[in-house]
Design a protein around this ligand. Structure first.
Ligand code: NI
Length: 147
């Protein structure tokens, strides 16, 4: 088995809050990330595909193709966007780096045909990241998250 990884970057804004909680509770849980008018992060996304290289090409997956999938399916939808308002596949989702990882997995898994999606690693800051290996997780969607 070989593991092939591609990395991309994007910049997005968001606000973290649960519409079912009052302001004090949201502030206690999310602190500065609950800032009413949002704030931004420079995200880094690594996607790792596992499999056996094609004996004819030597490739598991062409990294140009993997990058194109990541750019079209993720980057172009979230870069310079507000994750609470602007992204269809995040409607109602509290846009934590945990939830983003799970949803990115769901999107990318169906697009990666050569090899198998093995890991998503998503940095929200240089010192904070999530790793996700595709275990069954359901991300909750809320009414009224984008008000
Ligand atoms: Ni934040």
């Amino acid at each position: 088995m070989v593991y092939v990884t591609k990395e991309i970057n994007f910049s997005s804004s968001h606000r973290l809050y649960n519409p079912n909680f009052d302001n004090d509770t949201n502030n206690a849980i999310y602190d500065k990330c609950n800032n009413f008018n949002g704030h931004g992060h420079n995200y880094k996304l690594q996607v790792t595909v596992a499999g056996i290289p094609n004996p004819e090409t030597g490739y598991l997956i062409d990294l140009k193709k993997l990058k194109r999938i990541m750019m079209e399916e993720i980057h172009d939808k979230v870069d310079h966007k507000n994750l609470n308002f602007d992204v269809d596949f995040l409607k109602g989702v509290i846009p934590t780096v945990e939830n983003l990882s799970v949803i990115f997995w769901q999107i990318l898994d169906s697009k990666i045909i050569e090899g198998k999606l093995y890991k998503i690693k998503l940095w929200e800051t240089e010192a904070s990241f999530v790793e996700y290996f595709g275990e069954e997780i359901e991300v909750r969607r809320f009414e009224g998250i984008a008000k």
